[in-house]
Design a protein. Structure first.
Lengths: 156, 548
């Protein structure tokens, strides 16, 4: 099939760009560890209240300046609803849901997870700026969806 | 040359029936959209306890599923009848069967949404559980579209038999490719609805595997957007060149781009599930790579379109690097509306690459940026092209002509759309970057300072939404005029010819067995292992919830 010379140049340029983009995404994901939240742990969605660590939601110290934040989503609230974190702390957020699908977004950060019944989702983040961050549900979950919110306070 | 090829009157009736339903859906769904933007501005509340989410479900189903599917099938029936000859009575009969199945299905689904039994949005993610009637109605819509698809295949097969060793007409080829794409992808949504959601909502089974259901949905959900886009590409490749007085740049490359869409638009659903637990990141990346490949046929299309425009302009004596732009028929709405659609696909496509990139998607996933994105792709590129096509298709089918006044109104309509969409989609993109979620009623999240920052953008969305609703009223006036009131006469169904000196299209282009084989192979590569993983490592299933 004949392809015009200009079209060849255009396609080589275009496809070349796509491969550059893909390389950047791939290196960032696989070499630098910037993978999207993809936790493979499962849980019985009806026994969340009895399953550790979600039987005691909240912040747990796991090491020097390292924490685990275990959260439970359910229509239409996050538990705990208020969290205080030291500036510079490295926090692994684990979250699951007791009912339908929810979203977990910390506004102004790249923390953004789908929370699905039967699964734990997880993301690690170092909070290096003080301030108050809004957590909200960004996946439609019912009549009170837009009321579903919590706060993270990062303090010195 | 002077003898005008017309779509047979009986086929025209079938196509028009689809187009009427599409525009009724536009009227109702557009009204729902207007109400949403007003609620989200924080200045208005819905009367009489109507739920924001009922309106949102109505908007998504009517515009995302009904407007698109009906217009596309109606347009394709007309295009196939025009280029591959009048349908046999049998094909036309099955076309009507498809139409009525889809229409009855739409009515059932709409009924259960409006009585508040199905506020599950048009993605109906389990374990939110709608009334069984909602799923049943959607099933009828999909089955109806399959019947119409097979009617088109049957007509194509007859043409091939009557024209041995000939390449099929370009528009017919494209309609066949799009219906194959639709059939292969809608198997996924049919599987989750028939095997999972319907039995579960009827109470025959207690629990549902949520991740499998979502994965089957998104196996369908992304090719769905290409099912919307390809008819717009049909207009660009095969019709717009004729409207401006030019030729098709390359018939073979046009066909090749459609085949590439068939390959790469299906095995990519995970890019909607990048933030999801239960899927290994390696397989997410595999599908991200395939997602980027689907940009290639769009790059080819962009080249072909601008090559056509430039060749035409130069043939009219244009000089200089961009002189040819001035030779284009800007005053002809049949050209202007699709052209504006094309121009908007440049930022829309770039935004799509952002959404499909892991790390960037973490910033925008489920924010209103995404809503802004598909209001550029679907609600501008595709919809303006459909409007542009309707400006000659409806009068062709109804035996009328578009007056100068209506053409002028159509130009104004397009400009109104551009202004409204720039406000609405633009502010959606910005608010999304600041974290504002999609699919949410107005909320300040407990007077959160971050959420208060979004309000000016939400007011801009309401302004844009209002302007767009004026655009909808204008297009409804034009379409009603063209269907029932415009002066009687003959309107051309423009079909472009291939440029002289272009190479003959190889017959191998129609090796459907090979194309479908490669499509299936790519799907199996992208999905088999992660899908087995999901089933083998499945958590306990979920009961149904009705939380609205």
């Amino acid at each position: 099939m004949h392809i015009h010379k200009y079209e060849k140049i255009w396609l080589i340029f275009g496809i070349g760009c796509l491969f550059v983009f893909l390389t950047i995404i791939g290196v960032s994901a696989f070499a630098k560890g910037n993978q999207p939240p993809s936790c493979l742990t499962t849980i019985d969605p009806e026994k969340v209240d009895q399953t550790p660590p979600f039987n005691k939601p909240g912040l747990v110290k796991t090491g020097d300046n390292e924490y685990q934040l275990n959260m439970v989503a359910a229509a239409f609230a996050f538990t705990p609803a208020q969290v205080e974190i030291r500036k510079g702390a490295k926090v692994t957020i684990n979250i699951t849901t007791k009912d339908v699908i929810h979203g977990f977004e910390v506004v102004g950060t790249n923390i953004n997870m789908m929370v699905e019944p039967g699964y734990v989702n997880s993301f690690t983040k170092t909070f290096d700026k003080t301030g108050e961050y809004t957590i909200l549900c960004n996946e439609y979950c019912g009549a009170g969806h837009h009321m579903m919110t919590a706060r993270i306070k990062v303090v010195d | 040359m002077n003898e005008m090829v017309k779509v047979d009157r009986r086929d025209a009736k079938l196509a028009l029936a689809h187009i009427y339903v599409a525009f009724i859906a536009l009227a109702l769904g557009g009204l729902a959209g207007l109400l949403q933007t007003l609620v989200r501005s924080g200045k208005f509340e819905l009367p009489a306890n109507i739920s924001y989410y009922t309106i949102l479900t109505t908007h998504g189903v009517l515009l995302g599923l009904v407007l698109t599917t009906f217009f596309i099938i109606g347009f394709q029936f007309a295009a196939v009848s025009r280029t591959a000859g009048t349908f046999s009575d049998r094909v036309r009969f099955w076309g009507w069967v498809g139409f009525w199945l889809m229409t009855v299905g739409t009515a059932i689904t709409a009924f259960f949404i409006l009585i508040g039994q199905a506020s599950v949005l048009y993605t109906f993610y389990a374990p939110l559980q709608a009334h069984p009637g909602f799923y049943l109605g959607l099933t009828l819509v999909v089955v109806g579209s399959w019947v119409s698809g097979f009617a088109i295949f049957a007509h194509y097969a007859r043409w091939k038999k009557e024209h041995p060793k000939q390449v099929s007409p370009l528009l017919t080829f494209m309609a066949v490719a799009n219906m194959i794409l639709w059939l292969v992808c809608s198997l996924g949504v049919a599987a989750t609805v028939l095997i999972q959601l319907l039995p579960w909502s009827l109470g025959l089974v207690d629990r549902i595997n949520v991740l499998v259901s979502r994965t089957l949905f998104w196996y369908f959900g992304h090719p769905l957007v290409y099912f919307w886009l390809l008819p717009a590409y049909m207009v660009w490749y095969a019709i717009v060149p004729k409207i401006i007085g030019g030729k098709i740049f390359s018939d073979s490359l046009a066909r090749l781009s459609f085949i590439l869409f068939l390959f790469f638009s299906i095995p990519v659903g995970f890019h909607h599930q990048l933030m999801e637990p239960g899927i290994d990141p390696f397989w997410k990346y595999v599908q991200v790579v395939l997602t980027f490949m689907v940009a290639i046929p769009s790059l080819m299309t962009a080249f072909a379109m601008f090559a056509t425009f430039e060749l035409y302009g130069r043939s009219k004596g244009a000089t200089g690097l961009f002189g040819w732009l001035r030779k284009l028929p800007w005053g002809d709405a049949r050209f202007f509306a699709p052209f504006v659609g094309m121009a908007f696909f440049i930022p829309a496509g770039a935004g799509g690459l952002v959404n499909a990139s892991h790390q960037l998607d973490q910033v925008v996933h489920n924010t209103i940026w995404i809503t802004g994105h598909f209001h550029l792709t679907l609600a501008t590129t595709v919809v303006l092209t459909f409007f542009g096509a309707a400006y000659w298709l409806v009068p062709h089918l109804s035996g009328r002509v578009m007056t100068k006044a209506m053409n002028r109104l159509a130009i104004i309509q397009t400009i109104v759309w551009v202004i409204g969409m720039t406000f609405m989609s633009g502010s959606m993109h910005f608010a999304g970057l600041l974290g504002a979620p999609r699919r949410s009623a107005f909320s300040t999240y407990g007077n959160s300072p971050q959420a208060l920052e979004w309000i000016p953008y939400q007011i801009a969305q309401a302004v844009g939404g209002t302007i767009l609703f004026i655009g909808i009223i204008l297009v409804l006036i034009i379409i009603t005029n063209l269907a029932f009131f415009a002066p009687k006469g003959e309107t051309e169904f423009p079909v472009a010819e291939v440029a002289e000196g272009a190479e003959r299209t190889p017959l191998a282009m129609e090796n459907w067995k090979l194309w479908i084989g490669i499509t299936v192979a790519l799907i199996l590569i992208a999905y088999t292992i992660p899908f087995i993983d999901m089933i083998q490592n499945a958590p306990p299933g979920s009961k149904g919830y009705k939380l609205w």
